[in-house]
Design a protein around this ligand. Sequence first.
Ligand code: CA
Ligand code: CA
Ligand code: CA
Length: 160
Amino acid sequence: MIEAYKRDSLFRDINSNGEANPGDILLYTVTITNEGNATATGVTYSDTVDANTNLICSGPDAPTTSQGSILNCTAGAGGSLQVNLGEIAPGGSATITYKVEIRRGNFTQVINQGVVRGTNFPNEVTDDPDTIPEDDLTIVPVQGTVGGDPPIWGDIMAFL
Ligand SMILES: [Ca+2]
Ligand SMILES: [Ca+2]
Ligand SMILES: [Ca+2]
């Protein structure tokens, strides 16, 4: 049985306010663990990031994997990542990291979920380990916009 967790963290907080805002960079850390008794084979991981974020594919902030290789990375808004992990032995795990830049626009959260596929186990979607529900979306609240953009009506409604 494969388990996959997707943690989010604020990697670069350009306005140093401790909140996720447009222009900030989020780090996703995906941990894929084989909790079964058989070696998982043909393991791949794929993710299409939120359309309000730019996936970073090159430079020091490019995706990393603890094993296998990055098969494909399409940078930019709603970009996609594919990682070939190969085999994961029982009790073994692999870690993938990637970063996205939050875009400007009318939205209040960044939503994302990846999927693990393999040749001898059912597809497994990622779970946000910080929330109680299993296999749920990883959601990052985004506070407003940087640089004095007008308030968004949807933001106000959310507090009523
Ligand atoms: Ca799970
Ligand atoms: Ca910030
Ligand atoms: Ca959860």
